[in-house]
Design a protein. Structure first.
Length: 166
């Protein structure tokens, strides 16, 4: 199984949003963040394997990113799952992945959660997170069912993906 891990694109400023009294879960992408993610999604489509499913954190900025990514990967639907929320344990997403075991899954979420997940899967134990920039991605190849292990196939910055998407 392959796992495409994507951090959400650039969203509205966290501090300004909090000062407005609005719920952080409703913080959207900026127009520029969405525009850049569209180009990055085209780049991802060039280098990612054929994806069977796109799952997203239920927070708006991740959902919006996933809704940009899915059509670029030839998919129509995005599944929102709590296992991708910022405070979720990496083991919760692992259990979710084990239950599906599709050919290739893309997940869209947040830092530092995704970086911790990638480090945990690659190192086999808690480790310093692998940082993903907003709109960046990495591809993991997961080990056999029941064996939590992964190989990091590649890591791409958002600017690399945008260049591929031209």
């Amino acid at each position: 199984m392959e796992l495409l891990v994507v951090r959400h694109a650039v969203a509205e400023d966290r501090e300004a949003w909090a000062a407005s009294g609005k719920d952080d879960a409703l913080r959207p992408l900026t127009l520029e963040g969405a525009r850049r993610m569209k180009r990055a999604a085209r780049g991802l489509a060039r280098v990612a394997p054929s994806i069977d499913l796109v799952a997203s954190s239920p927070l708006l900025r991740a959902v919006e990113t996933a809704r940009i990514l899915a059509p670029a990967l030839g998919l129509e639907r995005v599944l929102e799952i709590p296992e991708l929320e910022p405070g979720a344990r990496p083991g919760a997403l692992w259990a979710w992945l084990e239950a599906r075991r599709a050919g290739a899954v893309a997940v869209v979420g947040h830092e530092p959660h995704l970086g911790r997940l990638v480090a945990w899967l690659v190192c086999g134990a808690p480790a310093p997170p692998l940082p993903l920039k907003k709109g960046g991605a990495c591809l993991l190849r997961l080990g056999e069912r029941g064996r939590r292990a992964a190989e990091l196939r590649w890591l791409a910055s958002p600017s690399m993906l945008r260049r591929l998407g031209r």
